[in-house]
Design a binder for this molecule. Structure first.
Ligand SMILES: NC(=O)c1ccc[n+]([C@@H]2O[C@H](COP(=O)([O-])OP(=O)(O)OC[C@H]3O[C@@H](n4cnc5c(N)ncnc54)[C@H](O)[C@@H]3O)[C@@H](O)[C@H]2O)c1
Length: 433
């Protein structure tokens, strides 16, 4: 009997290693069909999941209904599993180089419990070649087994989009790949069990790895173009969002918008490709230029605000700014690699004082990641307000609401990073990307 049928018959068990934004929904989806072990190194996260709480705050308690997952932080428990899925972080280090420590450590755990006939599928985003060249040697060394002969591997990139309830694990076509035809067939069967949208069988693991990395690289480069256009149009006194609205009426104009590119995917994955390209003696120019532009936008927005304050005759050292939104994107709680931090640090470096609010972010995480204090309620004494993230509760704010936040007689500056209010502000000094 193949691994798929053994999983269906509950004679084999599936494990998910790393239960974050990616791993937990996968574990929950599979648990409706198979026996599942969910493993994470963070005991406190495992304790919450055992109570039906998603530590990443993406899933509701109801999503845990009928879930039959054996949650654990003890890797020895993985020896009872036969089909392992690895979904641990693949961040970059301080020099924008791939940090493979998590994916290698997860490979070590799995390697220690690997048995003949087992499968290991990586879902973490990596550069082409990482699974076979970096991870497989660890699996082989720890297990003493041989890939292709004793165990099979595959790569199936994750495409979920935090905060998006429409594009979920079951509704997005899943790219799958395997180390040989048998592996590909079985991995496809396993994922077809949960992905209603079906699977796409990539011819090799490297193709699947490359496909994922270019999905995010393409977005990054396109957003960088929009950001560069916004710098140009700002000098010309033209609103970029107005330009994009007009250009967007053409059938083949691509809909991308300027903004702060943070998080652990779009702003990170291109660096993985850049790193690997250099091994092949190619120094990517377009990808790196995009990264440079996007990584500069937080500082750029802060400088525009400082200019506006000076033009308004405000004393910078006495000015107070309210920043609304701290997360890396709208309607999520994730603050990692948020470019709002660049904006705030730049404002602080000019000597401004800054208040920060966010209805989704955790004050504790903000403090830990960036050292900023998140306040519960904003005041009424600001010289400027920056709406940095287009969180749902902010979308209905009116000019009057902003005026009430400003000191004195309600005159002040509104920096609207996402251009939400551009048609509704008449009296405040207004700026957007
Ligand atoms: N979040 C997304 O939207 C998204 C989308 C597509 C792809 N990805 C990719 O998926 C991967 C995982 O991302 P994420 O957002 O779920 O990360 P995450 O930080 O939310 O979760 C990762 C989990 O892995 C655990 N972990 C770390 N090292 C471990 C180890 N050695 N063994 C077991 N558990 C370990 C952590 O404690 C954490 O709970 C990354 O490669 C990311 O690029 C993420």
């Amino acid at each position: 009997m193949n691994i798929y049928h053994r999983l269906v018959q509950k004679e084999a068990t599936l494990s998910v290693i790393g239960l974050g934004y990616v791993g937990l929904p996968i574990a929950l989806a599979f648990s409706k069909h198979f026996k599942v072990i969910g493993f994470d190194i963070k005991e406190e996260r495992v304790a919450l999941m055992k109570q039906g709480i998603d530590p990443s705050k993406e899933l509701e308690a109801a999503d845990f209904n009928d879930c039959n997952i054996s949650f654990t932080s003890n890797y020895h428990d993985l020896k009872n599993a036969h089909f392992h899925i690895i979904g641990v972080p693949t961040p970059i280090d301080n020099h924008n180089l791939p940090d493979l420590s998590y994916v290698l450590s997860a490979s070590r755990f799995v390697g220690k419990v690997l048995k003949k006939g087992d499968y290991v599928v990586y879902e973490s985003t990596v550069y082409p070649g990482c699974t076979e060249e970096d991870c497989v040697p660890v699996l082989e060394e720890e297990s003493g087994l041989k890939v292709g002969v004793d165990f099979k591997i595959g790569f199936s990139p994750e495409r979920i989009n935090p905060g998006d309830k429409e594009h979920t694990i079951t509704s997005i076509t899943k790219v799958v790949s395997g180390c040989d035809a048998v592996a590909l067939e079985n991995i496809a069967l396993v994922y077809e069990q949960i992905v209603k949208a079906g699977v796409h069988k990539a011819p090799t693991i490297k193709v699947a790895e490359a496909a994922k990395i270019i999905e995010n690289t393409q977005r990054d480069v396109n957003i960088a173009l929009m950001n560069e256009l916004s710098i140009i149009f700002n000098r010309m006194g033209i609103n970029t969002y107005d330009v994009l609205e007009a250009a967007g009426t053409k059938w083949n104009f691509l809909r991308f918008y300027p903004g702060l590119v943070g998080g652990h995917c779009i702003g990170v994955d291109p660096y993985y490709l850049v790193y690997k390209a250099k091994e092949y003696r190619y120094h990517p120019q377009v990808i790196n230029s995009g990264r440079f532009v996007n990584d500069s936008m937080g500082f750029y927005a802060a400088k525009q605000l400082v200019k506006k304050l000076i033009q308004a005759g405000r004393n910078i050292l006495e000015s107070k700014v309210l920043v609304m939104g701290a997360t890396f994107k709208e309607n999520v709680s994730d603050v990692r690699n948020s470019k709002v931090a660049d904006l705030i640090n730049e404002l602080l470096s000019y000597g401004l004082s800054v208040d920060l609010v966010d209805p989704f972010a955790s004050a504790e995480e903000i403090k830990r990641e960036y050292g900023f204090d998140l306040i519960d309620a904003y005041g009424q004494d600001y010289d400027a307000v920056v709406v940095a993230v287009n969180h749902q509760p902010y979308l209905t704010l009116t000019e009057d609401d902003f005026r009430k936040m400003m000191k004195g007689n309600g005159k002040g500056i509104l920096i609207d990073i996402k251009g939400i209010f551009r048609n509704n502000i008449k009296e405040l000094t207004y700026w957007s990307f």
